[in-house]
Each structure stands twice: as structure tokens, then as C-alpha cells.
Write a protein that binds this ligand. Structure first.
Ligand code: NI
Length: 161
């Protein structure tokens, strides 16, 4: 399974809720964790591999691998922070993105158990970034227009070489 990159329309579509956490879904989640590890990434969302379901996985070094199925963002802090983000679907692109500093999320795991998680720091950042993917939003959408245009122009130039 390949990771889709900018320009693929699926990255711009809203993912559908998971109706049943069955063996197929568990298999997909395992594959996503493998792909994530292989790509040395922090997070991967369903749409990034063309699976238009509301799922994402996060694995931050020193933490356990985390699986989110049908997640809802319940709360985001007023307090924001700037942090440099990258994305497996935007290889080579890094930019400072402003997001809430902490987040409260309600979700299900791959065993079908619901959980609520309060996160801050890199984990909160990753949850908000991956959740965006389920809505068809990429981190470059959260940059100023001038910055986004600069990045897109650079990508365009690279594509033509
Ligand atoms: Ni991403």
C-alpha cells in the first residue's frame, strides 16, 4: 500500500464513520501501523492510504502505538502553540503550524473499546493533524495564504524538473 501524496483527490475528501470494528478493520489498522513504522512517521490517517474511513494511528517515540477509530474532538484549549509539522503525504515539506496546545478526544480502539484521552504536546499536535486528514484538511491549509502559495509554487517547480 502506497501513501498518497498531495494532488490525490482522496486526501481532500471527508472520511466515513467506521460501522463495525471487525477483522478487516483490525487488519487495516495493523497495516497502517506497519506503514507508519516503515515510513518513520508519527501519524497516519486512513485517507492517506486511500481508506476513506475515520481511523488514524499515532506512534510517538517512547509512547505506545495508539489507534483512533471514529474519533471526536471534545475540547481544544484556547491556548495555542506553534510547532513545526510535516506529513507523509507532503514529503519534504515542513512548516510551523499554530494549533491548540491541548486536546480532549473521545474514540474507540481496535478492540472496540471506547476511551477518552486528554493530550498535550506532540500527542495533541498529532491528534489534531490526523483528525484534519479525516476532514480532507492538510496542514498547509492552516498556513497563511502567502506561505501556502510559496510552498505550492516550490512543489510545482520540483514537479516540473
Ligand atoms: Ni499528515
Amino acid at each position: 500500500m502506497d501513501i498518497l501524496t498531495l494532488g490525490n483527490e482522496l486526501l481532500r475528501q471527508k472520511a466515513e464513520p467506521v460501522e463495525k470494528i471487525d477483522a478487516d478493520l483490525v487488519k487495516t489498522v495493523r497495516q497502517m501501523l506497519d506503514i507508519l513504522e516503515g515510513a518513520r512517521g508519527i501519524g497516519l490517517a486512513g485517507p492517506q492510504i486511500g481508506c476513506m474511513k475515520r481511523i488514524f494511528v499515532i506512534h510517538i517515540e517512547g509512547d505506545i502505538p495508539r489507534v483512533f477509530i471514529n474519533p471526536s474532538i471534545i475540547e481544544t484549549s484556547q491556548e495555542t502553540m506553534k510547532y513545526e509539522e510535516g506529513c507523509l503525504s507532503l514529503p519534504g515539506i515542513w512548516a510551523d503550524v499554530v494549533r491548540s496546545k491541548s486536546v480532549k478526544v473521545q474514540s474507540w480502539n481496535e478492540r472496540g473499546r471506547p476511551f477518552t484521552l486528554e493530550a498535550e504536546g506532540i500527542l495533541a499536535r498529532a491528534i489534531l493533524h490526523e483528525y484534519d486528514h479525516l476532514e480532507g484538511v492538510l496542514f498547509i491549509d492552516r498556513l497563511s495564504e502567502s506561505k501556502r502559495k510559496r510552498i505550492l509554487a516550490r512543489l510545482d517547480k520540483q514537479a516540473k524538473v
